[in-house]
Design a protein around this ligand. Structure first.
Ligand code: AMP
Length: 486
């Protein structure tokens, strides 16, 4: 079988709306509220007896024009924003995807399938389905469609649908939150057995009856006027049928392991994930950092954030230390992402273009600069230089996340072990490499204590992968990243 190049699945933003009137305008608005989860491509699909699709590269505001809204007719719809990764330039594997057989099925997904190659091979040998895309969601869609095909389609029941979800969950390993529009039948959503990626269900009352939305983050539900009903929890499936009845199914459930990096970096601060407001979690983490700073014997004169993702951590750290919090770095918000640039030089240059030190705040001071995380160390290294050049007497780099030591195989774009600065290195090594006077990390044990009653996936900090990941899989990811970089 031909080997197709594959770009790993990545964290994205997804949205599904089961409405009673035209849905396109809400889909567009909803996608803009998820824009922080992906700026590389956006797509929407609606259903009014036929599928209507519009997918394009770039921001939501750039992809959709008024004429697309008119064309995207229907009361049910799906939307997707895709996060950029190195080497992604096409819309070919953007979402939503759809097939017309055995049912009209359309799908969006967020996450990463770990056993992609094996599953693709199986779909071909067992079901004669040739999945010649590099796209995770196409694979999930085909796996689900292959299960549907085995059922009696004329008398398909809700239980049949749920048993297809169970079988799909058994076949696919990895992290996934999926929303599937089944033509004429309804909207189906399901999560991987560990519930690694977020997905929330909301309801909105209208004179015609309730409407439903499923979204990666509750901020989207808020803007669209949907009340949060609850999460699609680990392994759970939710089906909203054509009459508007909501069916829930426990599905294949294993030990929950929600992605802790959503709280640290990815999600927006106003979202509620697994019952917890992201902003409050970041403040808790920030306060917990105060002990680490004290233990390191550091007495900063001022605490500053790396805008904008370091803000909540920095403000609460400063409060807990009793040290002033100031804006020491100005950010140009209209410049692209440095994180995904291919070379270290380009990334360093981009950090400089993005951030500018504010002189009066820094001169002669011992500055604690707080970022959400240190991955390759590119940002921190450049920042230390910048802060020194603006007169800082000493620079302490504080990371709200523990040392990143292992790549994420569940969709957070995080580089390979070779690039990760803290992999196989001590904190002192990291400090030397980025040229700081001190580096302080959140301790993993403290982070875990903060999450005591909410089991999280912290594989990037611990190397403990909830689905189990063997060396071959990690090596495969390294190769895929290299291929993508070429
Ligand atoms: P690095 O420069 O490689 O150490 O990256 C760390 C910086 O990138 C921090 O400022 C984070 O806010 C940001 N960051 C961390 N993880 C990601 C990610 N997956 N995608 C984009 N930015 C990230």
């Amino acid at each position: 079988m031909r080997r197709v190049g594959r770009r790993e699945g990545i964290v994205c933003g997804i949205l599904g709306i089961w409405g009673r009137s035209e849905v396109a305008a809400d889909l567009m608005l909803g996608l803009t509220t998820l824009q922080h989860r992906g700026q590389d491509a956006a797509g929407a699909l609606t259903f009014d007896g036929a599928f209507h699709v519009k997918i394009g590269r770039g921001l939501v505001s750039r992809v959709f024009e008024d004429r697309h809204l008119e064309r995207l007719r229907g009361t049910w719809g799906l939307g997707h924003v895709r996060y950029a990764t190195m080497g992604s330039t096409d819309v070919e594997d953007a979402q939503p995807v759809h097939v017309n057989y055995p049912y009209g099925l359309a799908m969006v997904h967020n996450g990463n399938v770990v056993n992609f190659a094996e599953l693709r091979e199986r779909l071909y040998t067992e079901h004669h389905r040739l999945v010649d895309t590099s796209n995770d969601v196409a694979l999930i869609l085909y796996a689900f469609a292959a299960e549907l095909e085995r059922r009696d389609l004329r008398s398909l029941t809700v239980d049949d649908l749920f048993s297809c979800v169970d079988a799909t969950q058994r076949a696919i390993h990895g992290a996934y939150a999926v929303i599937c529009l089944i033509a004429g039948r309804g909207l189906l959503a399901f999560s991987d057995p560990h519930g690694i990626r977020p997905l929330a269900l909301g309801v909105r009352e209208t004179p015609a009856g309730p409407e439903y939305a499923l979204a990666s983050e509750t901020t989207c539900l808020d803007y669209l006027g949907f009340r949060l009903e609850g999460d699609v929890s680990a392994g759970e499936a939710v089906f909203i049928d054509a009459g508007g009845a909501v069916h829930r199914h426990r599905g294949l459930r294993q030990k929950p392991a929600f992605c802790v990096f959503e709280y640290i970096y990815f999600a927006r601060e106003d979202s509620v994930l697994r019952g917890r407001v992201v902003a409050a979690e970041r403040e808790r983490m920030g306060r917990a950092l105060a002990d680490a700073v004290r233990r390191a014997g550091l007495r900063p004169d001022v605490v500053i954030d790396v805008p904008a993702s370091g803000f909540l951590f920095a403000a609460s750290l400063a409060e807990a230390l009793g040290v002033p919090f100031r804006r020491g770095l100005a950010k140009n918000h209209h410049i692209g992402r440095s994180f995904i640039l291919p070379t270290d030089e380009e990334r360093q240059r981009m950090v400089r273009l993005k951030l500018n030190p504010i002189r009066g705040i820094l001169e002669g001071r011992r500055v604690a600069v707080v970022d959400d995380s240190i991955v390759r160390g590119t940002t921190s290294r450049r920042l230390v230089e910048l802060l020194r050049s603006a007169g800082a007497k000493e620079v302490y780099v504080v990371s709200a996340a523990p040392p990143v030591v292992s790549p994420c195989v569940y969709g957070i774009d995080m580089s390979t072990t070779g690039e990760i600065i803290a992999a196989n290195r001590t904190v002192d090594d990291v400090c030397r490499m980025i040229g700081a006077d001190a580096v302080v990390y959140q301790e993993l044990s403290i982070l875990r204590a903060l999450y005591g009653d909410l089991p999280c996936c912290d594989a990037c900090f611990s190397g403990e992968y909830p689905t189990g990941v063997d060396r071959d899989a990690l090596e495969g990811i390294r190769r895929e990243k290299e291929d993508a970089g070429r």
